[in-house]
Design a protein around this ligand. Structure first.
Ligand code: VTB
Length: 333
């Protein structure tokens, strides 16, 4: 693998106590690098190679970002993950103290199969503000846009939520679309959505993209529900804070051992985790770059002259949503 060419920006600035707005534009370089690296593996049937390439790219660029990040959600425990493991410090170590969640390839199977909707994502917030989801693999989630705030609730039956959201959005129930991971565990949920008169938007993988689509203004998806990864729930929460929508989560342990692990870690089972429980405060950053094209952004495109990437950059403090299209010179990669 070729060495990554690094440029160090702004490292001489006085360090602010919390991350400021400039960090978002620095962070997007890390997901761009990860997506470009992973894109060489699109459709090649080799998940681990795609992930490894993305991790290398992301880590190299993160090391130049002016912050002291601790990986709260990473590639796993130190023994199994050589890089971006939980607890690892990333960044130049000098700037603001942050938590960071990384998913260099959200959708490794999608990438390996050459299917849509694979993303490289990361989220940053103030140090100590992210919920540690490592005890329980799955979380039941509900994500909606701003119209869903105070209107839908994960405790309510899905049909009731669909009716309430349709009313709030001034849409007919028939026009409501609900994103759900296409899994046998969701058979009943999918049937209930259809019985209510709404339609499903089935996700092969990738409920981060599904959640963001549900929270986005003017998107074809209105709601994202069902059981997916817990870490993805925290990452989605960082994005939802930027979009002003609603997210709720409930840990979904697979068995008694996981239930016990959660209790030992101090979690209260069956508790509804609101956005502020998943990530505290209003200083979250979320960046995602498309690996393959999908509902949110286009994937990496290679022409003879440029490698083009599209990214979404969200900052909750300002509520700014940026779409960044970058053209990279192939010779530099
Ligand atoms: C979930 C979902 C992710 O993998 O973690 C899923 O949140 C794993 O669920 O977005 P299964 O065990 O049912 O496959 C993703 O889809 C990422 O690929």
């Amino acid at each position: 693998m070729k060495a990554v060419t690094l440029t160090v920006e702004d490292t001489n600035r006085a360090a602010p106590a919390v991350p400021d707005r400039n960090i978002a534009m620095e962070l997007v370089r890390a997901t761009e690098a990860a997506a470009i690296r992973a894109s060489s593996w699109v459709g090649k049937g080799r998940k681990n190679d795609a992930d490894g390439a993305a991790v290398d790219g992301m880590r190299a660029f993160l090391s130049t970002v002016h912050f002291d990040g601790v990986v709260v959600i990473g590639e796993g425990e130190k023994d199994n993950a050589p890089m971006l493991f939980n607890g690892e410090h990333v960044g130049d170590g000098l700037g603001p103290s942050c938590d960071i969640a990384v998913d260099p390839v959200e959708g490794t199977s999608l990438t390996a199969a050459g299917r849509p909707n694979a993303l490289s994502v990361l989220a940053v917030s103030d140090r100590g503000s992210m919920y540690d989801p490592s005890a329980v693999f799955y979380m039941d989630k509900l994500v909606a846009g701003p119209e869903g705030v105070g209107v839908v609730d994960i405790r309510n039956p899905i049909a009731e939520n669909i009716r309430a959201l349709a009313k709030a959005k001034r849409k007919s129930v028939e026009d409501i679309r609900v994103a759900v991971l296409d899994r046998p565990r969701h058979e009943k949920l999918i049937a209930e959505i259809r019985e209510a008169g709404a339609g499903v938007h089935l996700l092969l993988d990738g409920d981060v993209a599904g959640g963001i689509t549900a929270a986005s203004y003017d998107s074809p998806v209105d709601l994202c529900v069902g059981i997916g990864g817990s870490p993805e729930g925290i990452i989605t929460a960082c994005a939802v804070k930027g979009l002003g929508g609603l997210i709720q989560g409930v840990l979904a342990p697979r068995d008694d051992a996981e239930r016990q692990k959660a209790l030992d870690a101090g979690h209260v089972l069956d508790r509804v985790l609101e956005a502020d429980d998943l990530v505290r405060g209003d200083n979250t950053y979320f960046v995602a770059t498309g690996i393959t094209s999908g509902d949110l952004v286009r994937g990496v495109e290679r022409t003879s002259r440029v490698i083009r990437t599209e990214s979404l950059v969200l900052r909750s403090a300002s509520g700014t949503v940026r779409r960044v299209i970058s053209e990279h010179l192939p010779a530099k990669w």
